[in-house]
Ligand binder design. Structure first.
Ligand code: GDP
Ligand code: MG
Ligand code: K
Length: 299
């Protein structure tokens, strides 16, 4: 790694309630699909370390799971703990709030943001959904009366509005430092992990409300050959009923999920893929800490 004068590098946590657009923002910044995005809350369960590089600096993003108040299962508690611990150890916290939308969970998120270290930026996202932009001023004033942020940005992560501006400001705010990671890394998560996320994304997109977010995917085999990569994955659900939904009549549903997931994986790993999917039942695992650890949700 070269130690360039004036080079900036540091950690930025992206926080906010589910569905405010955290994953969309990170993907937009990195121009690569690293963190899965969907309209269903809580599709992000792991803390993803995604790394942005340019000649001036390096930003290491922590994409946190959404903060929520739902029933206290072992999984939910772990999600909140992950969010809290990533807020402690960063240079900057980006707190995303949806333009004109303030819910209980935004307040919870704000408390976690304020308990964290580093500089704090309030990012009002989805401004494309608001016609009368001046209406956002009282909305933001109301937040700033109660909580103190170093800066405020108005962006649309989806439409890529003001995202560049936010990134160059972030680079400025980070400390002078040599790169923290080798520039060839875009993430410390393995390819396998992203492959499992791409499969989970297709399931989430297809089944919406029919399946709980507790659904998980493990990769049982990952074997790259010269012209094709063989991937075997298991979709873990809680109940027989959920298994039937995913498989569908005569296996039609899982076949379609497989086709779409394969296309996404091929795009991501830049190789042809032979994807085999299984569906298995792991009963009540979201409320069982031991089972959680077994599936890799341990910090
Ligand atoms: P997360 O749960 O905070 O990671 O949210 P996601 O990034 O998964 O986004 C949730 C939903 O909001 C998805 O349907 C996104 O397409 C949508 N979304 C994210 N950013 C924007 C935005 O700037 N404008 C609009 N209109 N939708 C957005
Ligand atoms: Mg997300
Ligand atoms: K989401």
């Amino acid at each position: 790694m070269v130690d360039k004068k004036g080079f900036k590098a540091g950690y930025v946590a992206v926080l906010g309630r589910p569905n405010v657009g955290k994953s969309t923002l990170i993907n937009q910044v990195l121009q690569q699909k690293l963190s899965i995005v969907s309209h269903k809350p809580q599709t992000t369960r792991h803390q993803i370390l995604a790394i942005y590089h340019n000649p001036k600096g390096q930003i290491v993003f922590l994409d946190t799971p959404g903060i929520h108040n739902q029933k206290k299962t072992a999984l939910n508690k772990q999600l909140n703990q992950t969010a809290r611990s990533s807020a402690q150890e960063v240079d900057v916290i980006l707190h995303l709030v949806e333009a004109g939308q303030w819910h209980d969970e935004d307040r919870r998120a704000t408390e976690i943001v304020m308990s964290g270290g580093g500089q704090k930026i309030l990012v009002i996202n989805k401004v494309d959904l608001v016609d009368e932009k001046s209406e956002l001023l009282p909305f933001v004033d109301n937040i700033l009366i109660n909580f103190s942020y170093d800066e405020v940005f108005y962006i649309s992560a989806l439409k890529n509005k003001q995202v560049d501006h936010l990134v160059s400001r972030l680079l400025n705010m980070l400390p002078e430092s040599p790169p923290l990671y080798d520039p060839s890394f875009i993430s410390d998560r393995s390819t396998r992990f992203f492959v499992s996320e791409l499969i989970r994304e297709q399931l989430t997109l297809r089944f919406h409300q029919e399946l709980p977010y507790s659904l998980t995917v493990t990769i049982d085999a990952y074997e790259p050959e010269e012209s094709i990569t063989h991937i075997h994955a298991t979709i873990w659900v809680e109940r027989e009923q959920q298994k039937r939904i995913i498989i569908g009549r005569g296996g039609a549903a899982i076949k379609q999920v497989g086709v779409k997931a394969r296309a996404e994986i091929e795009d991501f790993i830049q190789s042809r893929v032979n994807l085999k999917l299984w569906v298995k039942i792991k009963s009540a695992w979201t409320d069982d800490q031991q089972a959680l650890d077994g599936l890799g949700y341990k910090e």
